[in-house]
Design a protein around this ligand. Structure first.
Ligand code: A3P
Ligand code: MG
Ligand code: MG
Length: 387
């Protein structure tokens, strides 16, 4: 019933689409129990970042790490809590399919944008049209469920190394040093919520942010929560955030090729979408000791990898995917409720479509998903807007 969407990079090798600088519209913190807080309690600061030799033992206090439970299945709940909490201030009410906004996480945008170059990991995405806006949520594929189930202790340790690196570089106050002498809590996070335009689409998305860099001008602590979100947003909007990444030392040409072909593409998309202009890479040995810090301007990351992937292909594909999602939802609406309903979305019931992609195939709309069994919008969220 719906046409397929082709993903070959050749189709998307055209001018870079219009992409506005992401504007911060809000923030949130998740605590140790993954509870939502409308404050900056998890905001972190990076003080001494420069190219230098270091000795960061990522195994330190590995026995005290608090891992994020693997079966949380949080869907987009925290973003919905944010939207509902900030509803009055943001006012995203809409009635017309052309101006429907997309709500999702940055991870989903990165995953979609990398699709033209992906040859391993399939994905599934549910798109739900509700009260005039479109909610996108990634669902685990069977591949991923199997991979998570089969993770060895060593795989889990690799994941924990990435978080431990953050603990060596970030402190919770701009005036204090990082403290790596305790176990990492992998559940805690600080996120910004951005709004931007990609050609004709408006996207509102949450993105977990590693920290504010303190080496560009003096950085003070954020305003207190009592001053309200606008003061905090102004504070956050005037800061430079950095992205931290770990990578094994690059010694051989094939490692360098893999780095440029696979890693840099994800690093670039993730950082670019959040307006981050610098990545701090910690290069480690096989024993988990980071020995070298290296700063990469995000712009250079794309240039050094242009033999393997191009940012315009990623962003043009993302733009085309959003157009495709909107078109498929519009077709559902007009088939079920008539063309007039496209300008009267407030009165429609919730409508969902399931998009599937696996390597060497086009993106397809499939019926291998039942909304009632796996609802993307929790009942409390639906009830709130269906008054
Ligand atoms: P590395 O990217 O250095 O390996 P992020 O870089 O997005 O801020 O995430 C911080 C760390 O969380 C990662 O550090 C990695 O250890 C872990 N992590 C994030 N996403 C992951 C994923 N999809 N699979 C495994 N680990 C992940
Ligand atoms: Mg992060
Ligand atoms: Mg990081």
């Amino acid at each position: 019933m719906h046409s397929d969407l082709h993903v070959s990079p050749d189709i998307y090798r055209k001018n870079f689409p219009n992409f506005g600088r992401p504007k911060i519209v809000g923030f949130m913190s998740l605590d140790s129990e993954r509870n939502y807080h409308a404050d900056t309690r998890q905001l972190m600061f990076a003080r001494d970042i420069e190219d230098k030799s270091v000795i960061f033992d990522l195994n330190l206090h590995m026995d005290k790490v608090k891992r994020r439970p693997p079966n949380l299945n949080e869907r987009i709940t925290h973003l919905l809590q944010f939207l509902s909490d900030q509803e009055k201030r943001l006012n995203y009410s809409n009635n017309n399919i052309d101006s429907a906004k997309f709500f999702c996480y940055r991870g989903l945008l990165t995953c979609v944008a990398c699709t033209p170059y992906e040859n391993r990991e399939p994905w599934r995405i549910v798109a739900t049209l509700f009260k005039g806006n479109i909610y996108l949520c990634a669902r685990d594929t069977q591949d991923k469920i199997d991979r998570l189930r089969n993770m060895t202790e060593r795989d889990k340790m690799f994941t924990s190394w990435g978080y431990k690196f953050e603990q060596f570089v970030l402190s919770d106050d701009p005036d204090s040093q990082p403290n790596p002498n305790c176990g990492v809590d992998e559940s805690e996070e600080f996120s910004l919520v951005f709004e931007t335009n990609l050609n004709r689409h408006t996207i509102v998305y949450g993105a977990e942010m590693d920290g504010i860099r303190c080496d560009r001008g003096s950085v003070t602590a954020p305003p207190s929560t009592e001053l309200g979100p606008d003061a905090i947003i102004e504070y956050l909007s005037n800061k430079h955030f950095i992205e931290l990444k770990t990578n094994r030392h690059i010694e051989f040409p094939n490692q360098d090729n893999n780095f440029r072909r696979f890693k840099t593409k994800k690093w670039w998309c993730q950082s670019f979408l959040a307006g981050v202009d610098t990545i701090v890479a910690g290069f480690r040995n096989d024993e988990g000791i980071v020995e070298q810090l290296k700063l990469y301007p995000v712009k250079d990351i794309a240039k050094m990898s242009q033999r393997f992937w191009q940012p315009n292909v990623c962003m043009n594909f993302l733009e085309t995917f959003l157009t495709y999602v909107k078109r498929c939802l519009a077709k559902e609406v007009s088939n079920k409720f008539g063309k007039k309903a496209l300008n009267n979305l407030q009165n429609l019931p919730l409508i969902s479509l399931h998009f599937e992609w696996s390597p060497r195939t086009p993106v397809r709309v499939t019926d291998a998903y039942c909304y009632e069994d796996d609802p993307i919008l929790p009942q409390w969220f639906v009830d709130r807007y269906q008054k």
